[in-house]
Structures are given as structure tokens and as C-alpha cells.
Ligand binder design. Structure first.
Ligand SMILES: Nc1nc2c(c(=O)[nH]1)N[C@H]1C(S)=C(S)[C@@H](COP(=O)(O)O)O[C@H]1N2
Ligand SMILES: [Mo]
Length: 436
């Protein structure tokens, strides 16, 4: 299923890649001047958004009509509006306008696999999880036993890929080119990981945890693991860090790690191990396939964009940075001539301290207006916000949104803290509307 999308940014991107352009070449095409490139993409987005889908091809500038548009996901039980960023392994992001629900429906939830899909469990309750390492009593329990033995809990919490926003880095960073859609906020049902750790009994030497799922490495080599990540024990003991078997009131689906996964909220999504089989309690930091070097690590002291660095002096990315998006209207919306107010909706999340405020601007950041925010249900829930924005006239407007956390850190206008694998980019989100 291949379609031309409203925004033509991705059309350019794919063409550049097809032409064998380097990351730098693509940067010149797309982001040589981040502002002018974005402006150009948005300017084209507006008229195209107003054209009936079947006729869009004719309205696409010739150069783009020849290129491929973004590939839309065609997968059982997933929304057809998700954008495929990679198919081996399968990676798909959720466009901002599909994140307009207070709770992200499973069909709209982004997908990030690093390896293949493991075989589906014939009997979910017979699935085994082993806990070993620096514990008094290593345990191997089935999912059925976990459900019986431990107190269940449900929390609505954000899970966000560590690379969300990567596409905004200049020069481009290697990896899936997430824009803002490597994120979702679902209701997760399961138990506290801390309860399982307590049942096994932590030794004094327990300082970190690591975890593995059962997904095969893409090479097919059974000795290699697709992914394995870990974090300091304190995060594993957080009552919101969960072993999860339910998503949005239904059994966790295979694609999202069913029958059972970890959810380590607020930190890179990669820690939320899908198809969870083993938790290892360690005295030293975990050294799995997704650890060390430049993997999920960011500079302590900012480095020159595009420079080579082995990441030895980097730190593991922990809390994801503050971020906000406009979820309605969608980018490229055309409003009737004479419209002078627009009802905005959106979401904000991230940061270790939480969302303090969200502001919008209709004049390219010269003035900002505070929006109304709904109280999040817990520290890892997102903040839904609304605002009625006045527009001075007919014509073209960009609407910018910026969140600020409780430490005073605000989203930058452009991606900062460049790092080789492109983690933690959180520039402001912009949409374009055309009145008349
Ligand atoms: N076993 C396993 N767990 C995994 C991954 C993986 O490839 N294998 N990907 C991780 C990454 S990078 C992210 S962002 C989230 C994505 O979860 P989702 O596909 O349910 O959205 O799962 C994490 N858990
Ligand atoms: Mo991720």
C-alpha cells in the first residue's frame, strides 16, 4: 500500500535515498536550512491536504510524483495510517493526528522491532519468565502463576522510542527516521516488576537489571540476540515499572510483545522488553546487545554535530526529554475562508520532572500563549492540552507548540545535543493551516 501523503517531506527523503545520496547529501536537500526546508514542505502540505485523495497524484509536483510517497502500514489489526519506517525489521510510526485519542488505541500504537517476530505462544498462560542473578532464590514462573500470585495494576503511561525525533537532527543520524510518532500512551495491565524482584529476594550486590525477549536476531544466528537492555535497579523498583500482559483492556498482542513484556515508562522504549523471557539481576551495568558505545547513549558534554565518537564518555539515556505535539487539527488542514479561531488539541510528555507548561505560537515564536492542560493520571501519563487560537486574517499560518518541564527546560526550536545514533531530539512541533 503506497500512497502520496499530504506532507511531501518524506517524498524528498525517499528520493534522496534512492539516488544513493549520503546522509549529508540528504541533509543538503532536506535540511540544509532546517527552517526553509520545513517551510517549503509545509507550504506544499496545505494545498495537497485539501485535494481529494484520489486526485492527489495530479497535484503533486512532477519531481515528487515520480518518487515514492511514504509507505503506509498494512498489517492485521493495525491502523492503515501508520507510516512504515522500515520493514526488516518492521518499524512504523504514528502521525501526530492519529495521536489525538486520550488513550492511544492499540491499532494506532507505533511498532518498533529490532529483530524478527518470535513464534506466537500457543498457550499464553504457560509462557515462562525466569529471574536469576543476584537474587536469593532464582525463579521460573509461568504467566498464569504471575497472574495468580501477584497483585495486578493498570496504569496509562507513555512509551516512547529513544530515537523519536531522530529525523530532525542535522546532519542526519543513522537509523529509523522517526519524526514525532515513535510514541503512544496506552493503558497497561500487569504487575510491578519490583514485586517479582522481592519474591526472588535481592542480594546486597543487586544494583542493575537486564532483560531478554525471545525474538530472533535478523541474521537467523541463534547465538545472537536482537535486543537486550538494562537499567539501574532503582528504575526497576519504581512501582510504575511493570511486567505487562494487558494493553488497553485486552490481552497484549503478539506484535506489541505478547503474551508478556516489560514497560519501563518515561525512559527509552527499548528498555520495555517485548516477549519477556529472562530478567537478570546484576552487580554491574548490563552488557546486552543494546548497551554500551553509542547505543541509547548521549554525550555528557555536547559534541560537534556529525563528528565521530565511540561513545566511551557518553551516558545512558534515561528519562526522555520534554516534548509536545499538536494532534488536531492535522498538519495541512484547510479552514473555511473567514475562520478566525481554531480549536487546538495536543499532548505533552517526558522529562524526569514532568510537564510544567505548554505554549503555542501563531507568529513564529514572537509571542506565546499558555494552553489549558488536563491533569495526568500518574507521573508517566501524558498531559492532554487544549487551546482556542485566534487567527488575525485569512491566509497561511504555522502553529508552533512548545512544552517546558518543571526544571525550566523547554523544547528547543531545532534538535540539539546531536549524537551519532540520534537519540533524544525534541524540537518544537509545528503544523500549518490555510484559512480560505
Ligand atoms: N524483545 C524485544 N523487545 C523490544 C524491542 C525489540 O526489538 N525486541 N524493541 C524495543 C524498542 S526499541 C521499542 S521503542 C519498543 C517498541 O514497542 P512497540 O513495538 O510495542 O511499540 O519495544 C522495545 N522492546
Ligand atoms: Mo526504540
Amino acid at each position: 500500500m503506497v500512497r502520496i501523503e499530504r506532507s511531501t517531506t518524506r517524498g524528498h527523503l525517499e528520493q534522496a535515498e534512492q539516488a544513493g545520496a549520503s546522509a549529508t547529501g540528504r541533509r543538503d536537500l532536506l535540511r540544509g536550512s532546517a527552517l526553509s526546508a520545513l517551510g517549503a514542505a509545509l507550504a506544499m502540505a496545505v494545498p495537497m491536504g485539501a485535494i481529494p485523495e484520489g486526485r492527489r497524484g495530479g497535484a503533486v509536483p512532477a519531481a515528487q510524483a515520480q518518487g515514492k510517497g511514504p509507505q503506509m502500514l498494512d498489517y492485521p489489526d493495525k491502523h492503515k495510517g501508520l507510516v512504515v519506517l522500515g520493514d526488516k525489521p518492521l518499524v512504523a510510526e504514528t502521525p501526530e493526528h492519529l495521536l489525538d485519542d486520550d488513550t492511544t488505541p492499540t491499532e494506532k500504537f507505533f511498532v518498533r522491532n529490532n529483530g524478527g517476530l518470535p513464534d506466537e505462544a500457543a498457550n499464553a498462560d504457560a509462557w515462562k519468565i525466569t529471574i536469576q542473578g543476584e537474587v536469593n532464590t532464582p525463579l521460573s514462573l509461568t504467566l498464569g502463576e504471575l497472574k495468580q500470585r501477584f497483585q495486578a495494576q493498570t496504569h496509562r503511561m507513555v512509551m516512547e522510542c529513544g530515537g523519536n525525533g531522530r529525523a530532525f537532527f542535522a546532519p542526519g543520524a543513522r537509523g529509523n527516521q522517526w519524526t514525532n510518532g515513535g510514541v503512544g500512551c496506552a493503558e497497561w495491565t500487569g504487575m510491578k516488576l519490583a514485586d517479582l524482584l522481592a519474591a526472588a529476594g535481592l542480594k546486597d550486590t543487586a544494583k542493575f537489571t537486564g532483560s531478554w525477549g525471545t525474538d530472533p536476531h535478523l541474521s537467523g544466528d541463534p547465538e545472537k540476540r536482537a535486543m537486550s537492555r538494562g537499567n539501574p535497579l532503582a528504575k526497576s523498583m519504581d512501582p510504575h515499572t511493570m511486567i505487562v500482559w494487558g494493553m488497553n483492556g485486552k490481552p497484549l498482542t503478539h506484535l506489541h510483545g505478547g503474551p508478556v513484556r516489560l514497560i519501563v515508562p518515561g525512559w527509552p522504549g527499548s528498555l520495555s522488553t517485548k516477549w519477556l523471557s529472562t530478567v537478570l539481576v546484576r552487580s554491574t551495568p548490563h552488557d546486552g546487545a543494546g548497551m554500551g558505545g553509542t547505543s541509547y547513549r548521549v554525550p555528557v558534554t555536547p559534541i560537534v554535530p556529525g563528528s565521530n565518537d565511540d561513545g566511551k564518555s557518553f551516558r545512558d539515556l534515561e528519562a526522555m526529554p520534554i516534548r509536545s505535539i499538536v494532534t488536531a487539527p492535522s498538519n495541512g488542514t484547510r479552514l473555511a475562508k473567514g475562520t478566525r479561531t481554531v480549536a487546538l488539541r495536543g499532548a505533552a510528555w517526558g522529562s524526569a520532572t514532568g510537564v510544567a507548561r505548554v505554549d503555542v505560537s501563531a507568529d513564529a515564536g514572537q509571542t506565546w500563549q499558555a494552553v489549558a492542560m488536563a491533569a495526568p493520571r500518574n507521573p508517566f501519563d501524558w498531559t492532554r492540552w487544549t487551546h482556542t487560537l485566534n487567527l488575525p486574517s485569512d491566509g497561511y499560518f504555522e502553529i508552533w507548540v512548545r512544552a517546558t518541564d518543571r526544571s525550566g527546560a523547554a523544547q528547543p526550536l531545532v534538535a540539539t545535543n546531536w549524537n551519532p545514533q540520534g537519540y533524544g531530539a525534541n524540537p518544537i512541533n509545528r503544523i500549518a493551516v490555510l484559512v480560505g
